[in-house]
Design a binder for this molecule. Structure first.
Ligand SMILES: Nc1nc2c(ncn2[C@@H]2O[C@H](COP(=O)(O)OP(=O)(O)OP(=O)(O)O)[C@@H](O)[C@H]2O)c(=O)[nH]1
Ligand SMILES: [Mg+2]
Length: 375
């Protein structure tokens, strides 16, 4: 007897193959619906397993051997089938496990995002005043200092008024007179020359003082045309000095001027050589009217290195420029607090001689707190 198993899509297909392979005498001994073996079989439609048998036409021993072989094969195929069913069960289990894992991960994910979106209760809430001070770009250290001061003040007035008073107390303005030699030092491009031109214009045109201009240009950069042009327009004496000797002669030549404004070329505050060279010139001038010029647009982080880098020049005033280029004025406070020197002027634009003024501590405070602005 020959027994053979067929995996087919339909009974028709089974019949055709059985007829062809086993002949017309073959009989179907079993049929059942199964799924395709393998992982993908789980998701496909069922197929048919048909087992058919036919009497062997061979005779004698041969027939016996064939029958035994056929039975062995049938047993084997049943075993294989059972193994496949077991494997399918395992795969189904694995799928179920990974689905569970996925669900757990999704739960965790939504839990985390829920936690992230909730306000962190541990960090103390920022008060309105703190937000205002921080938004004006006052540095962290000063914001803390101001908040402590505001808290310490007793009285009815609101926090903003207390803060305004506290800021005012931190600011000192200069009473320096524009008399004798006045030196401007500071980083490149902050507006030293423009400020000198503005001062020269005001002093000579409005205050009717006699003014002299000197530029210290040890590097012979030739960046003196700018000031020379202003000097020519205002009809005031102008000298460029390249050496200590020339410095002496220039000062001597202008000794009758009410004010001698001395411009310097920008130096890197990190280059101590350049700074000490400049110091020699400034010492020669022998004045206590030295102004550090610094821009209000200077990054907080750079303020300290500029303030400290120019310290050897013994500046005793600070001029803050380009207030028209910023919308927050906290940097004014940062600069003055770091320098511990009074503010002599602020500049508010490129127009010579208009865009310069001396400003009171109360006005600076109003600017910082947004009660006033420059433009
Ligand atoms: N917006 C604005 N620009 C200014 C102000 N002051 C100066 N500037 C401009 O800044 C640029 C540099 O000005 P300078 O006066 O040449 O600067 P400096 O400090 O003399 O520069 P160095 O001589 O190179 O060290 C120029 O384009 C000026 O017009 C200001 O108050 N506001
Ligand atoms: Mg200049």
């Amino acid at each position: 007897m020959i027994i053979k198993r067929y995996i087919v899509n339909s009974m028709n297909e089974a019949m055709t193959r059985i007829r062809y392979e086993l002949g017309k005498d073959a009989v179907i001994i079993s049929q059942r619906k199964i799924r395709k073996p393998g992982f993908m079989g789980l998701f496909s439609k069922k197929i048919l397993e048909v087992t058919a048998a036919v009497e062997n036409v061979k005779k004698g021993d041969e027939q016996v051997v064939d029958s035994i072989e056929a039975i062995k094969k049938a047993v084997e195929s049943v075993k294989v089938e059972e193994k496949k069913v077991e494997e399918q069960k395992d795969e189904a289990k694995a799928v179920q496990n990974s689905e569970e894992l996925l669900r757990e991960m999704q739960d965790m994910k939504s839990l985390i995002s829920e936690m992230m979106s909730k306000p962190q209760d541990k960090t103390p809430r920022r008060t309105k005043l703190q937000v205002k001070l921080e938004e004006s770009d006052i540095n962290e250290k000063l914001v803390k200092k101001l908040l402590t001061k505001v808290k310490a003040v007793e009285g009815e007035e609101d926090e903003l008024q207390k803060a305004k008073a506290a800021i005012e107390k931190l600011i000192s303005v200069s009473k320096a007179k524009m008399q004798g030699a006045v030196v401007l030092v500071g980083p490149t491009g902050v507006g030293k020359t423009t400020t000198i031109a503005k001062l020269a214009g005001r002093l000579s045109l409005l205050e009717k003082k006699t003014v002299g201009l000197i530029t210290i240009d040890t590097y012979r950069i030739g960046a003196v045309e700018q000031l020379k042009t202003y000097a020519d327009i205002m009809n005031i004496p102008f000298r460029v000095v390249f050496s200590m000797k020339e410095m002496e002669t220039a000062m001597e030549a202008m000794k009758d001027c009410d004010v001698v404004l001395i411009d310097t070329t920008g130096r890197s505050c990190k280059n101590t050589m350049q700074i000490s060279e400049l110091r020699a010139f400034v010492d020669k001038v022998n004045t206590d009217n030295i102004h550090l010029v610094i821009s209000s647009t200077t990054k907080n982080r750079d303020v300290t290195s500029i303030i400290e880098g120019y310290r050897p020049l013994n500046y005793n005033n600070v001029i803050i420029t380009k207030l028209d280029e910023t919308s927050t004025y906290g940097s004014v406070l940062n600069i003055l607090d770091a320098a511990k020197k009074p503010l002599s002027f602020i500049t508010t634009g490129q127009n010579v001689p208009d865009d310069i003024k001396a400003i009171s501590a109360a006005e600076v405070s109003s600017l910082i707190l947004g009660e006033d602005n420059i433009c």
